[in-house]
Write a protein that binds this ligand. Sequence first.
Ligand code: IPM
Ligand code: MG
Length: 401
Amino acid sequence: MAASLQFNFKPLFLTKSSTNHATKFATIRCSTSPPSKSYTITLLPGDGIGPEVISVAKNSLQLVASLEGIKFKFNEMPMGGAALDLTGVPLPEETLLAAKQSDAVLLGAIGGYKWDNNEKHLKPETGLLQLREGLKVFANLRPATVLPQLVDASTLKKEVAEGVDLMVVRELTGGIYFGKPRGFSTNENGEELGFNTEVYATHEIDRIARVAFETARKRRGKLCSVDKANVLEASMLWRKRVTLIASEYPDVELSHMYVDNAAMQLVRNPKQFDTIVTNNIFGDILSDEASMITGSIGMLPSASLGESGPGLFEPIHGSAPDIAGQDKANPLATVLSAAMLLKYGLGEEKAAQRIEAAVLDTLNRGFRTGDIHSAGLNLVGCKEMGEQVLKSIDSTVPAAV
Ligand code: IPM
Ligand code: MG
């Protein structure tokens, strides 16, 4: 299975300067794949707009596969609320097993009003956390790039948003999301308590720091580590370890920033950032904020990678139950997640570039879903956007790798 070399090709970088490295490692990886280049992809459509956007991404993958001589076997499995309705749990064993046995996993979105009041172990979100934990995908890469075509969709002034190209490297399987003790209890007055634990061990910090330094090295060589080391012990250790690991990467310029300041700087002057590394919860929050600089959360993909095994690829947006089933969703974040799957999950750089180029071409031809629409452009639904992406894949020749 190709996935076992995932971290040998230290992937990670949606940037022009990375091409040579990515190609080199991709070659290593491809040489271990069977000659037919056949991959099994687990599709987890999930809830809300999930099935709509996954269907578009699947068609895009199928078309690039036919153009690049790749074969995909798609294995669609229930997950989230859909799985709860079907099996009573948000991540059925069969789904996790199928995911583990595949070469890469593509997820739509999970969650919805229907399951909002479920007990914690029966929430769709719990299934997603179990999936991340089960696949051991500790490194979550969330690029936020302002495309020139969409600069007007940003709520920030043009001169602030223009040219932003940053990557949030979020720790994904530790910290307060998983720390123990956690739970509910009562205090001595009989008052209800809810509590969680923010905890990091050195090995968890060291490995995400290395991914972040590698990422920064292949981008513009700047890494900003975001923490709350003025208050939290877990952040004090975080800062100490990141500073220590920095000695392995003398070519990368490291800075540290408190998370409250980082939240402010992201909207004040986002161009100061290249690569940001941060813990699970700060990464969750800052990546949503970063997405708004780009205009719409509907545009942003993500890749979650571990030391070995399949990666998990998903748009960073949620299931948007308010527009589910109405053919209004923007499928581009999922299509771009499929491109990340090809590039970082399978080492299929050229196929990934075909998809990225097609997305740009579709935008250049003026097609917009509601979330990124502005006057004079062609407002389309999810399906039509998908059709236009397919048209662009067919007609756009990507730049040579
Ligand atoms: C995300 C989401 C998830 C998270 C939820 C759905 C559990 O917000 O991927 O950013 O908090 O990690
Ligand atoms: Mg989030």
